[in-house]
Design a protein around this ligand. Structure first.
Ligand code: SF4
Ligand code: SF4
Length: 349
């Protein structure tokens, strides 16, 4: 079903969503970092940043999350398990790459043999409203990673900015639940023409083409390649690229306890940290940046496609935008591609 929303009613529309749902959306930077967060006032919503630094995965798999609390009373222990989410939630304004990434991490957290209840509870109770990208950034390469700036997959509703209005597409049952919102109006044929034009133009702008298809086979032949000696050289191991990556999903669990009370917390972790793979014997199978960078790229472009049938990268470009030493994953991928490696050799000499 196709509808539209006048921008002059935008804040009232958000207010109407907040009557029934907890609303999450991108906001102005908090302590210098742009994030998705729970909205208290519609005016907080800020759609100007295409890829907020912290991806939308934070809404389903938070950077730090209390799993349960416990208390010892003599030899007995009492445990408060995960808090139930009482209100349905809406994630508004996530871009197609971030939404695709949520589907990717869902493959990890909701498997046939195991289910991560923390992720699942949030995912089930969230309606996703995606927003198309009219002006992709020079660092975006979603179309190489199986996506596109207007990919609807994973969204329950999809918005496209048409200037004075938003074009709105209801895509799923969850999305259809909002069809009677008083601010939606009927769409007219001109809007549909405009949508088509925008889609074509945005596609042209994601010009960077990476030969990702079949990359897992090429990487199979590169486990001991000298490529890894060069590719990691400028990386300082800060792990920003993995923390901000919408598909990275490693975490560590710690017990924080004082006297007879405590809580178990899980925190994002990164394979780029030296102690990530340090064993209790003192042996570290990934002792240098060479092995750690190889792990980062192999996991995304070799192990993940073998296990789940697609690369664990959506081409959002965050790891390029925010890397302090301008490590560009696209160059590494081009280099790994036998066909295109030639012109880029100098980068990793
Ligand atoms: S952000 Fe850049 S420097 Fe930091 S770990 Fe990633 S590649 Fe290395
Ligand atoms: S590897 Fe980089 S470009 Fe790919 S999804 Fe992660 S942050 Fe985005």
């Amino acid at each position: 079903m196709k509808l539209k929303l006048d921008k002059k009613n935008f804040e009232d529309f958000l207010k109407s969503l907040m009557e029934e749902y907890d609303l999450y959306a991108p906001v102005q930077p908090v302590e210098g970092v742009s994030v998705f967060k729970k909205i208290e006032q519609p005016s907080e919503v800020n759609l100007t940043q295409l890829v907020p630094q912290k991806p939308a995965k934070d809404i389903f798999f938070p950077q730090s999350e209390v799993m349960f609390c416990y208390e010892m009373a003599g030899k007995q222990s009492r445990m408060n398990s995960m808090e139930e989410i009482k209100r349905e939630r809406i994630l508004f304004g996530a871009r197609p790459c971030d939404i695709e990434a949520i589907s990717i991490i869902e493959k990890i957290f909701v498997g046939e043999e195991y289910t991560d209840v923390y992720f699942l509870e949030k995912r089930r109770k969230t309606t996703i409203i995606g927003l198309g990208c009219n002006h992709p950034l020079s660092t975006c390469f979603c179309s190489s990673a199986g996506g596109d700036p207007f990919l609807r997959a994973g969204s329950d509703l999809f918005f496209i900015d048409l200037g004075e209005t938003y074009f709105v597409e209801l895509l799923t049952e969850k999305g259809a639940a909002l069809r009677k919102n008083r601010f939606f109006k009927e769409v007219d044929p001109n809007d549909l023409t405009l949508v088509k034009e925008l889609e074509g133009k945005a596609f042209e702008k994601v010009g960077y083409s990476i030969p990702v298809e079949g990359i897992e086979k090429r990487l199979d032949l590169m486990t001991e390649s000298s490529f890894w000696d060069r590719v990691h050289e400028k990386c300082i191991g800060c792990a920003v690229c993995t923390y901000l990556c919408p598909t990275c999903h490693c975490f560590d669990m710690v017990d924080e306890a004082l006297n007879n009370k405590g809580q178990r917390v899980r925190n994002w972790d990164s394979c780029l940290f030296p102690i990530y793979s340090l064993e209790t014997s003192g042996h570290n199978p990934r002792p240098t940046g060479r092995e750690r960078t190889r792990q980062r790229l192999m996991h995304k472009f070799n192990y993940f496609p073998k296990n789940f049938g697609r690369v664990a990268c959506v081409g959002c470009g965050r790891c390029i935008l925010y890397c302090p030493v301008q490590f560009d994953i696209r160059e590494a991928l081009l280099y790994a591609s036998a066909k295109r490696a030639k012109g880029l050799k100098r980068k990793f000499r």
